[in-house]
Structure formats: structure tokens, C-alpha cells
Design a protein around this ligand. Structure first.
Ligand code: SF4
Length: 191
């Protein structure tokens, strides 16, 4: 008998001559299905769109995570990608789209502008989409690297599997303060 653990729930799989059925919990099975069948609505407004396109391209291949299908009707999507700067004038349209999506739904802030307004510290720009809609995942970066966005997607999938709705921020894969090149540069400057 084998065991698969995902999102805190364990599934027992019968192997060898025992194969034929598996046992699990209904909510774990549903969460597993939701995790691998995300239909995205891309709300793309600015330069982060280039990185979004890179992520959907064969090199980074979002399709590997079962989340590549864009739907241009919010009623057919459950993952809202907010990609780029959101102006005060766009904010009502974004809120309307979020409200038109069916539950359960998730939101990912792609880049610094969507997360907190970025360097646009002015009256025309929304200082983060969480001022108008709930956000599940924040991906920092101007623009974020596709790897960071994929980390955000995997983080979201992990949260879906666990039924966890607490917002989370994608951490850098490498702490810039500890990066070898930067440390060497700092040492050189001290000499
Ligand atoms: S985070 Fe940077 S790259 Fe992305 S939309 Fe804002 S200014 Fe453009």
C-alpha cells in the first residue's frame, strides 16, 4: 500500500495485486482538482505584460501547472491575474470583473504595481489592488521574473490544496543580501 500526501491530506493507494481503488477525503479530492484546473482571466494593463507573455511561452510553459487556459469572460475564470499598473479609472472595471467571477476564485498580483502601486506614488494610481479586491498572492518585482511568477502559482496551488485563504508574498529564491556576487563586491569595497 502506498501513500500520497498533498496539502496535509493523505491518500492511500493500493499497489501491485491490490490495485484498483484508492481512498481519500472528498474535500481533498476537490481541492486537488481545483488546484490543477485553474482558468485564468488576464487583466493586463502595462509593461508587466511582457513577462506575462514570457511565462505563457514554451520556455517557462505555464501549461505544466494546468493553469494556462486564458478565459476572456470572468464568468468562465477562477484565477484573476492582475498584471501591471491599475489607475483609479481602471479600478471600477477591475472590481466589476472580480465580482462577475464565480466562487471559488483567487487573485494574483503580478508585479510591484499591482501589489502596492510601485513607484507611481501619485493620485492617479491605485496603491495596490487589495484596496478594492481581496488578493491571495503578491509577486514582487518590476517586472517579476517568470520564475518568481511560477513560484507564486505553485504557492497558490499549495494554498488551494490546503484550503488556506491567507494572503502570501512570493519570497526571492536567493536572498540578495547573501548573493555571492554582492558579498564579494562588498568585501572588495571594504579593502
Ligand atoms: S511593476 Fe514595473 S514592469 Fe510591472 S507594470 Fe509596474 S512599472 Fe511596469
Amino acid at each position: 500500500m502506498g501513500e500520497i500526501t498533498s496539502g496535509g491530506a493523505s491518500t492511500r493507494v493500493l499497489e501491485g495485486t491490490e490495485h484498483g481503488f484508492a481512498t481519500t477525503r472528498v474535500d481533498a479530492l476537490l481541492n486537488w482538482a481545483k488546484k490543477y484546473s485553474l482558468f485564468q482571466y488576464p487583466f493586463v494593463t502595462a509593461c508587466c505584460g511582457m513577462e506575462y507573455m514570457a511565462m505563457a511561452s514554451p520556455r517557462f510553459d505555464m501549461a505544466r501547472f494546468g493553469a494556462e487556459v486564458p478565459r476572456f469572460s470572468p464568468r468562465q475564470a477562477d484565477l484573476l491575474w492582475v498584471v501591471g499598473t491599475i489607475s483609479q479609472r481602471q479600478a471600477p472595471a477591475l472590481k466589476r470583473i472580480y465580482e462577475q467571477m464565480a466562487d471559488p476564485k483567487w487573485v494574483l498580483a503580478f508585479g510591484t504595481c499591482a501589489s502596492c502601486g510601485g513607484f507611481y506614488d501619485n493620485y492617479t494610481t491605485l496603491a495596490g489592488i487589495d484596496k478594492i479586491i481581496p488578493c491571495d498572492i503578491y509577486v514582487p518585482g518590476c517586472p517579476p521574473r517568470p520564475e518568481a511568477v511560477l513560484d507564486g502559482l505553485m504557492l497558490l496551488q499549495d494554498k488551494i490544496a490546503r484550503g488556506d485563504r491567507t494572503p502570501a508574498v512570493v519570497k526571492p529564491r536567493e536572498d540578495p543580501a547573501q548573493a555571492e556576487r554582492l558579498v564579494a563586491l562588498q568585501r572588495k569595497e571594504r579593502i
